[in-house]
Design a protein around this ligand. Structure first.
Ligand SMILES: Cc1ncc(COP(=O)(O)O)c(C=O)c1O
Length: 471
């Protein structure tokens, strides 16, 4: 750990332990530099890191302060789920969402799109065009079925941040995280098998289960702690579960990060019952806390965790580049990847490898994390201002999605139909459940910089909810 990161950690711990209270002035840069025997620049870097993590806020000419407590709505309730494996429904609702393309006359709050307008992405665009102009034609060849070696080496290096000590040969590049997840499921399960899931859960996984005739056992999930471990233990005792699939860091759609102790306990359960874990880490690098949370994979000693991820949320989803670290299942996963897309597209792999090797990934992700955290606070403010009293909302710890819970009888399918005539799109809650639960919930994207247009769209959502509620 660098000197400034270690100083930021020390100060952050003091703030979190209540040594400094919300609104308190923090020690001056000079005082800290003398106290810790480090340069003024190191202290300034530490303060910038604390600022990014929302633990310190600068005031012009006055120094740094502990930010005042944020006002937040009540959290969604711990989810209740059917106590048996289910076949998946909801394809029609999912297709309604995923067939949409960007349109100038619709504010899309529904899709899982990051902000791709940041100047920190420009070197990637330059790499893409340089590669397509190069004379050696490498980008037009099939690359190895495992993926471009230069990219796999960079991914292995990035994964050190989540505590994973892997090499390029432990990784397979895939066509997005979607292919990583589906290759994992097909490698582990056959028709009629059961997969345990956190709930609500990413619709892409559930629709893959549907396509493969695999049943979903949804488990109660806490909006702060994640999947209920006692419920998982009971389910493992009762059902022949083949795999546990979950997104434990910066979850979509609930936004929580499972505490490290729960991640370790979950792995122990998987070992005891000898089941595999399919860990989706697609938002992990967008955690608002630095260092980012460790993955379950980082504790895995017997290769039972298949870690799936991609650059879709950190860079851009149109690149369609993801990866999988499949542990002991590597050969089977490779076969499943081969029969689904063969080799992954070469040019975007080369461009991303160049982008990371050029030192552009970390500054880009740091900037996006800060932006998404600020946007989260702004979005929550708007929800409190424009949504009816009693609205519950998640408190995301990373990524760019907010989960909203309305009173039990409210129907967000009807809400979405009305909103589309008013130029706003949301993601309806039922697509995040195997059986169409969460009809009273919705998910909103806050990736793009706050603007009057987005505020107006959120206001329209709130007003339409009130209007439909009164009918
Ligand atoms: C949790 C989760 N996993 C996987 C994916 C799919 O990622 P990709 O676009 O890389 O296939 C998404 C996209 O929305 C997601 O939210």
């Amino acid at each position: 750990m660098t000197l400034y990161a270690s100083l930021a950690e020390t100060l952050g711990a003091r703030i979190q332990q209540g040594f400094y209270r919300p609104g308190d002035r923090l020690p001056s840069v000079r005082a800290l530099s003398l106290e810790h025997g480090v340069s003024l620049t190191t202290v300034q870097q530490a303060y910038r890191l604390l600022e990014e993590n929302g633990l310190a806020a600068p005031r012009p000419k006055s120094g740094y302060f502990v930010p005042a407590n944020r006002e937040t709505p009540a959290l969604p309730a711990i989810t209740r789920t059917a106590p048996r494996p289910l076949e998946i429904s909801q394809w029609e609702q999912v297709v309604e969402l995923i067939r949409t393309v960007p349109r100038d006359d619709v504010v899309q709050l529904g899709r899982g799109m990051p902000d791709i307008g940041s100047p920190t992405l420009r070197p990637l665009l330059r790499s893409l065009s340089r590669i397509s102009r190069r004379q050696d034609m490498r980008g037009l060849y099939y690359d190895s079925i495992y993926g471009t070696d230069a990219l796999r080496q960079q991914i292995a290096r990035l994964m050190l941040d989540s505590g994973c000590q892997l090499t390029a040969s432990d990784l397979i590049v895939t066509t997005g995280c979607h292919e990583a997840l589906s290759a994992s499921l097909r490698a582990l399960c056959g028709p009629g098998d059961i997969v345990a899931l956190d709930s609500p859960s990413f619709h892409g996984v559930m629709q893959t289960l549907k396509g493969l005739n695999i049943k979903a056992l949804e488990l109660p999930t806490d909006p702060i702690q994640g999947i209920s471990l006692p419920a998982l233990e009971m389910a493992l005792e009762q059902w022949p579960i083949k795999a546990i699939q979950l997104t434990p860091s910066c979850n979509n759609p609930l936004g929580y990060t499972m505490p490290e102790a729960n991640k370790r306990a979950l792995l122990q359960l998987a070992q005891r019952f000898d089941v595999a874990i399919i860990e989706d880490d697609v938002y992990g690098d967008l955690s608002y806390r630095y260092p980012r949370p460790r993955s379950i994979k980082s504790f895995d000693e017997d290769g039972r965790v298949l870690l799936c991820s991609s650059f879709s949320k950190t860079l851009a989803p149109g690149l369609r580049i993801g990866w999988i670290a499949p542990g002991r299942y590597l050969e089977r996963v490779l076969h499943m990847k081969y029969i689904s897309t063969g080799a992954t597209a070469t040019q975007p792999q080369m461009a991303i490898a160049e982008f990371i090797a050029g030192g552009h990934y970390e500054p880009h992700v740091r900037r996006m994390r800060g932006q998404y955290q600020r946007n989260r606070d702004q979005m929550i403010d708007w929800v409190m201002r424009y949504f009816p009293p009693g609205t519950r909302a998640s408190d995301p710890q990373g990524g760019f999605m907010l989960w909203i819970e309305l009173p039990e009888s409210f129907d967000t399918l009807r809400l979405n139909r009305t909103l589309l005539t008013r130029g706003v799109q949301i993601a309806v809650g039922c697509i995040f459940s195997a059986s169409g639960k969460y009809r009273n919930c919705l998910r909103m994207n806050y990736a793009n910089k706050a603007s009057a247009e987005i505020e107006q769209a959120v206001r329209t959502v709130g007003e339409t909810i009130q209007e439909l509620d009164e009918q």
